[in-house]
Design a protein around this ligand. Structure first.
Ligand SMILES: [Zn+2]
Length: 224
């Protein structure tokens, strides 16, 4: 097949994406720590052996995206790339305190508090620090980094040259496509959304929920 192949790895309530370009693999996000075995078996099933996994990119530092990073470094010799502004979260293990404005967001916060969700993960040192506009071609991935602060300060999207955007939690598709229900800074999130709308995107792959077409972006409302 020409160009990239995208596999969604469903890790419970959160997605990781495995992209194959030529014979190289790239993993975007790693799910929660207890899903390590599932992630590993999915990588192996896809033929993504250690030597073929060229880069692991995390869209932001939250525990449900970084849960298997340390083990991927140790057991798969993987290199982890992330935006410089979220490194504090993954080296300290201290979670970001998110806020919410919408009903969905408030429910998510309430459930997290009620269930005292286990946000622990093995801390790690990222191998590669990314900035806005960085190209990933040197790793064999025809894509660029888009800094989209808001959900967290160091949230990024990965936009492939074919117009596939891996949006992390800046956008979600929980009941329908929406802006991040949870955020660190709402003004920043709004600005990131405006920036995104000017980019050449076809399909959006969110951290939570199913992929959706860029045409849906116009129907996404800013939070009241
Ligand atoms: Zn998430």
């Amino acid at each position: 097949m020409d160009g990239e192949e995208i596999k969604t790895i469903d890790l419970g309530f959160v997605n990781a994406y495995l992209i194959k370009e030529n014979d190289n693999f790239f993993l975007i996000d790693t799910g929660i720590a207890p899903q390590w075995n599932r992630l590993l078996s999915k990588l192996q099933l896809a033929g993504c052996s250690q030597d073929k996994l060229k880069l692991v990119i995390i869209t932001h530092g939250d525990f449900d995206h970084t849960g298997s990073c340390a083990r991927l470094q140790q057991k798969y010799q993987a290199k982890i790339a992330m935006h410089v502004a979220d490194t504090e979260i993954v080296t300290s293990g201290n979670p970001v305190k998110h806020k919410a404005r919408t009903l969905t967001g408030k429910l998510m916060l309430a459930i997290t508090n009620l269930t005292q969700a286990d946000t622990r993960f093995d801390t790690f040192q990222p191998d590669i620090l990314l900035n806005d506009g960085d190209r990933l071609d040197q790793y064999g991935f025809n894509a660029q980094v888009i800094h989209m602060p808001g959900h967290t300060q160091g949230s990024i999207g990965i936009l492939t040259d074919r117009g596939m955007l891996f949006a992390g939690d800046s956008l979600a598709n929980i009941r329908k496509p929406s802006l991040a229900p949870l955020f660190e800074d709402y003004m920043e999130l709004q600005k990131s959304f405006v920036k995104l709308k000017q980019m050449n995107i076809k399909t959006i792959y969110p951290g939570h929920g199913k992929p959706f077409s860029v045409n849906t972006l116009d129907s996404i409302k800013l939070h009241a």
